[in-house]
Every structure is written in structure tokens, then in C-alpha cells.
Design a protein around this ligand. Structure first.
Ligand code: NDP
Length: 329
């Protein structure tokens, strides 16, 4: 069986040389254990933080060991009464083809209504992230305007559709015409190609027909500066991620318009989705309803085979994904 190891903590932008495909023996499952063959693996921007060798809100990856991440797979052999052969399970044992587990941290998933990989995006933490950010952090109200950044990505495309289903107006940003068309296709009222605009704040203002009430921060840098310009008084920012900064090798200067936070009484709140799991019941109820009403489309960008994991991951920073970036084994 094969798995991906990190060979060194990258400084700045990681490259293929930071990863190694390793061959390992998977032992037979002992009493109380299960053998799982992964079918779908997730790559996510937050994994960059785990490659830095320091503890942020999660521990760093260990050099020379299998990396970790979301995965869904099938139980092939079970000596654990809680799991049967043929069960599908969600785990954090990604970046590998197969594993043996005592069952801790494995969650059985229902594949009768949704394909298994949906639990790695719309019906999993990706969907939850968009939901928590919009509903709890921004507390978006019907009729208000939301700016969703990285709108064609996994969290962004979920968020556009959730905000629309909640009765809000949505302006999205994304890189390139095709991605902008995709944002409109899934319901954004207006879209701005941030790669094709000289003045992002002005373009957002025009697209929104004025200011915005909420900003869903996935990008940071240029977007964060523009957000402080276009938010209305009492506007709210959900600080979810800042991918534009993840590969920085040194600190960047702060935007020079921070006084807008005071002048406009802005609310800025960061969040980590796993601290808000009390919302999972509400999320599942709303999602099921929206899906049944035909309000939710999902798109996946799929790479093949374990060896493509590093490139799939690096592709997130090159904007190569529409919707969720996944690797199929
Ligand atoms: P995406 O599917 O959105 O993929 C990343 C996208 O980011 C790319 O497709 C690209 O889109 C955009 N991007 C990459 N580099 C840049 C750049 N330099 N400037 C502007 N845009 C860039 O990933 P996710 O949906 O999984 O994650 C979105 C954000 O949410 C990330 O910041 C992530 O860290 C964060 N997150 C936070 C969580 C939390 O608990 N707080 C949980 C999950 C995700 P484009 O081509 O349009 O530029």
C-alpha cells in the first residue's frame, strides 16, 4: 500500500520535492480493528499550515510519516463489532491508500442518498464551514448583501448557494472568466474577476450596487484591504481563511485602511469550523431541505491516484479547482 510523506517543512511555496510516495506494509487487523481501503482523499488549503513545523490550532505533520487529511473509504475487513465489511467511513486518515484502525475517529457515512465523496465537501466540513461563517459569524439576514471570496472554490461555491437559499444577495469574486461564469451559474447575483480588475473595491461596489453587509474572507491580502473599503457601517467579516498569505516566507505590511474598522464599527471574527459543531444538526436539516428543493449544485475537480496528491494540493494555490479538489483512488 502507498502513502504520501512530507520530506521537509517548506519555506514559502511548497513544491513536489517536499513530498515522497512511500510503500508500506499494512498489517492484518487484530481483534477490535478494521482494515479500510480509502476511495476518496481530500486536499485542503489549511494543510499548508500543518507543513510549517509549528503548532497552530492543530499539530504539524511529522517528517517521514504519512500526512493526514479527510478521507472516505470502505471497510474491507472488520474485527470490530461497530463496523461491518462494506461499511463506508469518514476519517482523517487521508494521504494513504489503506489503513488499519481501532475504530476511534472513524465515522460511518450513509451512501444511499449521497455519493461517499460528498462527505468531504458539501455534506462535510466544507459545507459546515460555509454555513457557520454565514449563519453564526456574519449572521446574514434576508435581503442583505454578502461578498463571498474564492467563490468558485469548495467553501465559496457552497456559501454562495447557502446565502441565496437564506434570501440574501451575493456578490462573488473568483479568478478568471470561467470561474466567474460558474459563480453566476450557481446563483451569485454579480461577480468580479479579481485578476482582471485594477481596483477591487470599486468593482465590488459597482457589482453590489453600493456597499456590502457581510464579507466572507477566504483570501486575505488584497481582498481584505478591499473589504474594509466596501463594507457598510456595522458590516461583519467572517475570517475563515487567507490563502493569499499561506505561502508567504516573511510578514507582509498591514493594510493602510485599518481605521475603517473603527470608523465603520466593523465586526471581525475568526473561526475554526470544528469549534462550532453544535450547529451540525441545524446544518444537516437546512442542507437536506435545500438539496431536496434543488437549490444546491456541487462541482468537483478530480485527480486520479495517490501519486497525484501533492500536485492536487499544490493546484489549490494555483486556482486549478472548480468546487472541491479531490483525489480518487
Ligand atoms: P478552495 O476550493 O477555495 O481552493 C482554493 C482557492 O483559493 C483556489 O481555487 C483559488 O481560486 C483561490 N486562491 C488560491 N490562491 C490565491 C491567491 N493567491 N489569491 C486569491 N485567491 C487564491 O479551498 P477551500 O474551499 O477548501 O477553502 C477556502 C478557504 O477557507 C481557505 O482559505 C481555507 O483555508 C479556508 N477554510 C477555513 C476553515 C475554517 O475552519 N476556518 C475550514 C475550511 C477552509 P481562484 O482561482 O478564484 O483564485
Amino acid at each position: 500500500s502507498r502513502e504520501i510523506h512530507l520530506t521537509a517543512y517548506p519555506k514559502g511555496e511548497p513544491g513536489p520535492g517536499n513530498f515522497e510516495l512511500a510503500e508500506v506494509d499494512i498489517p492484518a487487523p487484530k481483534d477490535g480493528e478494521v482494515l479500510v481501503r480509502n476511495a476518496w482523499l481530500s486536499v485542503d488549503p489549511y494543510m499548508r499550515g500543518r507543513m510549517s513545523g509549528i503548532r497552530t490550532y492543530v499539530d504539524p505533520f511529522q517528517i517521514g510519516q504519512a500526512m493526514e487529511g479527510g478521507a472516505v473509504g470502505e471497510v474491507i475487513e472488520s474485527n470490530n463489532p461497530k463496523f461491518a465489511k462494506g461499511d463506508w467511513v469518514l476519517s482523517m486518515n487521508g494521504w494513504r491508500e489503506a489503513y488499519v484502525s481501532d475504530g476511534k475517529g472513524l465515522q460511518k457515512i450513509d451512501t444511499s442518498l449521497l455519493p461517499p465523496q460528498a462527505y468531504l465537501h458539501i455534506a462535510g466540513l466544507t459545507g459546515m464551514t460555509a454555513y457557520v461563517g454565514i449563519k453564526r459569524i456574519i449572521d446574514l439576514k434576508e435581503g442583505e448583501t454578502l461578498w463571498m471570496s474564492a467563490g468558485a472554490g469548495a467553501v465559496g461555491s457552497a456559501g454562495i448557494q447557502f446565502a441565496k437559499a437564506m434570501g440574501a444577495k451575493v456578490v462573488a469574486t473568483a479568478g478568471g472568466k470561467e470561474k466567474c461564469d460558474f459563480c453566476l451559474e450557481i446563483g451569485a447575483d454579480a461577480v468580479v474577476d479579481y485578476k482582471d480588475t485594477g481596483n477591487l473595491a470599486k468593482a465590488i461596489r459597482e457589482a453590489a450596487g453600493g456597499g456590502v453587509d457581510g464579507y466572507f474572507e477566504n483570501v486575505g491580502g488584497s481582498h481584505w484591504t478591499a473589504a474594509l473599503e466596501v463594507l457598510k457601517p456595522k458590516g461583519r467579516i467572517a475570517a475563515c481563511g487567507m490563502i493569499q498569505r499561506y505561502n508567504d516566507a516573511s510578514a507582509q505590511p498591514l493594510p493602510d485602511n485599518l481605521t475603517n474598522i473603527v470608523a465603520k464599527s466593523l465586526m471581525i471574527r475568526g473561526f475554526i469550523v470544528t469549534d462550532h459543531m453544535d450547529m451540525i444538526g441545524d446544518f444537516m436539516t437546512d442542507l437536506a431541505q435545500w438539496m431536496m428543493a434543488g437549490k444546491i449544485q456541487t462541482r468537483e475537480t478530480v485527480r486520479d491516484g495517490i501519486a497525484s496528491m501533492p500536485d492536487a494540493f499544490l493546484g489549490l494555490f494555483r486556482g486549478e479547482n472548480f468546487g472541491k479538489m479531490l483525489v480518487k483512488l
